[in-house]
Write a protein that binds this ligand. Structure first.
Ligand code: TRP
Length: 369
């Protein structure tokens, strides 16, 4: 007999919590890559989720913050080049099937396993939850497994910090398929490929960009805001005079250059150097001032942000259309999730009314007296 070859569909799912505007760290760390993956034509389906329900797990008292940031994140997505014709943009809370899947997956995960999830552990510490951890927050890795498996995602492009989530998802998939039969798909993680892109520091040199530290460059910042932020950036504190030798390692200006700058930028803006290595060598030797390097970084980043800003302006003129895109995407996503949920329920034998055989056999059983 001829074997029909079942080609595995390649499906991407990823997303962000809408707790703030997205910044250039998000851009180099994930958004840019998503757009490349979208345009590669290699994927059969791409789902990009605004994870509002997850955002509420630690913002239950501030729904307005989540609500306001949904449109911000959507504008950030669209302005970076995510194209609703190619990628499905959806809002997590609008897909009730995700909550239902979460509830069933909860039976496959132990409390101690959740307690061992390093990301959750760290977040609990950061939020000072101590012993008053909201159950929803504690369980969000399970809900994230529902997000991923509902769409049978094969590929989850995320940052390193999300690795424990994907591992937990894979365990849930294996456990589900082992108990109930092969329904769910085990996803693979896709990490950022450029080392500098793993984590961009804040403009103050702190390890992380964070809204509360006020050290972010946002995608939606004006040209002038971005320029001011770059010119005020922390550099090598021992590089006091131009003649002094400077350190490029751990120097935020150079970390940003590592992330953003290409050889073409030198040809275009600073033909004194061929590439970043030459620039770094000069800085290390001494005789190169920080202001010059920052001005160059500003040109590089502005050239990257200009098309993003232009696209954002267009979408900002038509906000109802952006909501329509999200609604359309959520509707489409729900259809896919509903199909998976139906398979899950059938496998778990909780599809009573669809199961004529069950009804008939029960009728026979009770008729036999
Ligand atoms: N936890 C992710 C974040 O904080 C957001 C997210 C929710 C997600 N569901 C997801 C990411 C599913 C990847 C896959 O950014």
């Amino acid at each position: 007999m001829e074997k029909t070859e079942k080609k595995e569909r390649k499906i991407i799912l990823t997303g962000d919590r809408p707790t703030g505007r997205l910044h250039v760290g998000h851009y180099v760390g994930s958004l840019k890559r998503r757009v490349e993956l979208q345009n590669s034509g290699e994927y059969d389906d791409i789902f990009i989720m605004i994870a509002d329900a997850q955002a509420l797990t630690d913002n239950a008292d501030n729904p307005e913050k989540v609500r306001q940031n949904i449109i911000e994140v959507a504008l950030d997505y669209l302005s970076c080049g995510l194209d609703p014709e190619k990628s499905t943009l959806l809002i997590q809370s609008q897909i009730p099937e995700l909550t239902e899947l979460t509830f069933y997956y909860m039976n496959l995960v132990t409390v101690s396993r959740l307690q061992r999830n390093p990301t959750v552990k760290n977040e609990i510490k950061l939020r000072n939850f101590e012993t008053s951890i909201p159950v929803g927050f504690f369980a969000y890795p399970i809900s994230q497994a529902a997000d991923i498996t509902a769409f049978k995602a094969t590929t989850v492009p995320v940052g390193e910090d999300q690795l424990p989530m994907i591992e937990q998802t894979r365990e849930i998939v294996r456990s589900f398929n082992h108990i109930y039969g092969e329904v769910l798909v085990e996803p693979d993680v896709l990490l950022p490929d450029n080392q500098a892109c793993m984590r961009l520091p804040g403009i103050d040199g702190k390890a992380k960009m964070s809204k509360s530290l006020n050290n972010c460059i946002y995608l939606s910042d004006t040209e002038e805001d971005v320029r001011k932020k770059i010119m005020s950036m922390f550099t090598d504190p021992n590089h006091l005079r131009v003649e002094d030798p400077g350190q490029t390692e751990g120097n935020p200006v150079f970390i940003y250059l590592d992330a953003f700058c290409r050889d073409e930028h030198f040809a275009q803006f600073w033909p004194d150097y061929k590439n970043l290595d030459e620039l770094k060598a000069h800085y290390t030797r001494g005789g190169l001032g920080d202001v010059k390097v920052k001005k160059f970084l500003n040109q590089v980043i502005q050239s990257e942000l200009a098309p993003i800003r232009a696209r954002r302006k267009e979408y900002e003129k038509n906000i109802p259309e952006v909501y329509r895109i999200l609604q359309e995407g959520s509707r489409r996503a729900e259809k896919v999730a509903a199909q998976t949920l139906a398979e899950v329920k059938a496998a778990m034998k909780i599809n009573y009314f669809d199961d004529q055989e069950l009804i008939q056999s029960q009728a026979r059983r009770f008729g036999e007296n």
